[in-house]
Every structure is written in structure tokens, then in C-alpha cells.
Design a binder for this molecule. Structure first.
Ligand SMILES: [Zn+2]
Ligand SMILES: [Zn+2]
Length: 154
């Protein structure tokens, strides 16, 4: 998303559109899938020697739940994007794209959950407990010294 400084009107200009999300560099990230372009609504204004860009962004993702490892859909929103670019340093146009992507990535939850009530996987058989209980026996007392209470001293 490139803003040509000379075309920004003195009162500021509005920009609305989409930035291709393939540009989101997720590298080897297997737990995140991009599901839409980045949608932006921006307002740009020249203030003294700076181009000030502000607005909101959102993009759809498919994320892997940290508990049940199922993918679920979510929308990541950046309600208050704000950047100021020095105009003399960068010439006549400003590429806002890298900053749009950066802010969206910062908003991604590092430990996403499909739901706060997600029951996760059974640690014994690996069944997704959101789909119903498994048939594993109830867990043993996890306290290592739990059995000591039952010891009878002579
Ligand atoms: Zn889950
Ligand atoms: Zn189980």
C-alpha cells in the first residue's frame, strides 16, 4: 500500500482497500494460516515534514488452538494503527505495507484458544474432549506423596 505524498490533499486523504496477505511473511509458521487480505481504512495527512498515517486494519486468520490443536477462524483487528514517516528521508512515496503487516502480526495471539472453555485433548489417548468424553480411566492422584497419608505407623 503506497501513498504518494504529492497526492495527499492538504486536508488529508482517506484510503480504503486491501493489502495482499500473501505478503505476510509467516515463514515456517504451521499454526497460523492467512485467510484474507489485510483490509485497511486509513487517513493520511502531511504534518510539517512528516506523513502521518492512522486508521484501522483487520484480517482473517485460521489459527491452531493451543489446547485441542484444531484450526479455527478468527479476525485480527488493529483498531488504532498510527505511524509517522519523515518525508525528506524517504522521498515522494511511502510504502505503508510493511507496517500494516507488522501491526497485524503483533496482534496475533501467541497462544490462541478456539474457545475459553476448550477442553483440550486427553493426555492419555489424545481424543479431542470437546467432541465428548473418552473412555480412559480417571487419573490417579497426581501428588507424589499423596499415598503417604495412608501410611500407618507401627
Ligand atoms: Zn480448542
Ligand atoms: Zn482419553
Amino acid at each position: 500500500m503506497i501513498i504518494e505524498v504529492s497526492k495527499v490533499s492538504p486536508e488529508g486523504s482517506h484510503y480504503e482497500g486491501e493489502e495482499p496477505a500473501e505478503a505476510l511473511d509467516l515463514g515456517q509458521e504451521k499454526h497460523v494460516r492467512v485467510a484474507s487480505p489485510i483490509r485497511y481504512k486509513l487517513f493520511a495527512e502531511v504534518v510539517k515534514s512528516e506523513l502521518v498515517v492512522m486508521g484501522s486494519l483487520e484480517a482473517d486468520f485460521s489459527l491452531e488452538c493451543g489446547r485441542c490443536v484444531e484450526f479455527f477462524s478468527t479476525t485480527v483487528c488493529v483498531p488504532s494503527f498510527l505511524r509517522a514517516y519523515e518525508i525528506p528521508e524517504i522521498g515522494e512515496s511511502v510504502d505503508v505495507g510493511p507496517d500494516l503487516r507488522e501491526d497485524i502480526l503483533l496482534e496475533l495471539d501467541p497462544y490462541p484458544l478456539c474457545s475459553l472453555e476448550c477442553k483440550g485433548l486427553c493426555p492419555q489417548c489424545g481424543k479431542n474432549l470437546n467432541q465428548g468424553p473418552c473412555s480412559c480411566p480417571p487419573k490417579e492422584d497426581p501428588r507424589p506423596w499423596g499415598g503417604l497419608d495412608d501410611l500407618k505407623l507401627p
